[in-house]
Design a protein around this ligand. Structure first.
Ligand code: CU
Length: 160
């Protein structure tokens, strides 16, 4: 019951704040889904598998690993696993976008993501993100649930 209510609230929020919260490149506006940090991957094409584990220990939260190097043009399949006791998410973006998004999340902590660059997982659950890194640069992945990034849940992707 509770979850359903949250979901409805999240949907209502997403609808009312569409422009602010639109996903990568404002998905569905006709220019592909190319973003400053690449684009959603094609599951039919080969991808380098990368395991990322979400953990909590002694009040610290983290991603293991928290630094991933990628070659430009490489497609990566992130296999995510939440080993913690709380919900966690991985949101892939530029650092600037993630910091902005974190502020939105503080206002709407129950906001849920259904974007190709993000995945939220309940404890002990697994999930996947397939992403094509088409641009060189340093990018961010963070858990934007309020307090989690601050507790250490953030990492870097370096595309060379
Ligand atoms: Cu988290």
């Amino acid at each position: 019951m509770k979850t359903a209510t949250f979901k409805l609230a999240a949907i209502a929020l997403l609808m009312s704040a569409g422009t602010v919260l639109a996903g990568p490149g404002g998905a569905g506006h006709g220019h592909g889904d190319e973003t400053a940090y690449g684009k959603p991957g094609d599951p039919k094409k080969p991808a380098r598998p990368v395991q990322v584990v979400m953990t909590e220990k002694d009040g610290k939260m983290s991603f293991i690993p928290d630094r991933i190097e990628v070659r430009r043009g490489e497609q990566v399949k992130f296999s995510l696993r939440n080993n913690g006791e709380l919900d966690h998410e991985l949101v892939l973006a530029t650092l600037e976008e993630n910091l902005k998004h974190a502020v939105e999340m503080q206002k709407n902590p129950d906001m849920e993501h259904d974007d190709p660059n993000a995945k939220r997982l309940a404890p002990k659950k697994t999930g996947e993100i397939v992403w094509a890194f088409t641009k060189v640069g340093e990018f961010d992945f963070s858990c934007l649930i309020p307090g989690h990034r601050e507790a250490g849940m953030t990492g870097k992707i370096i595309v060379k």
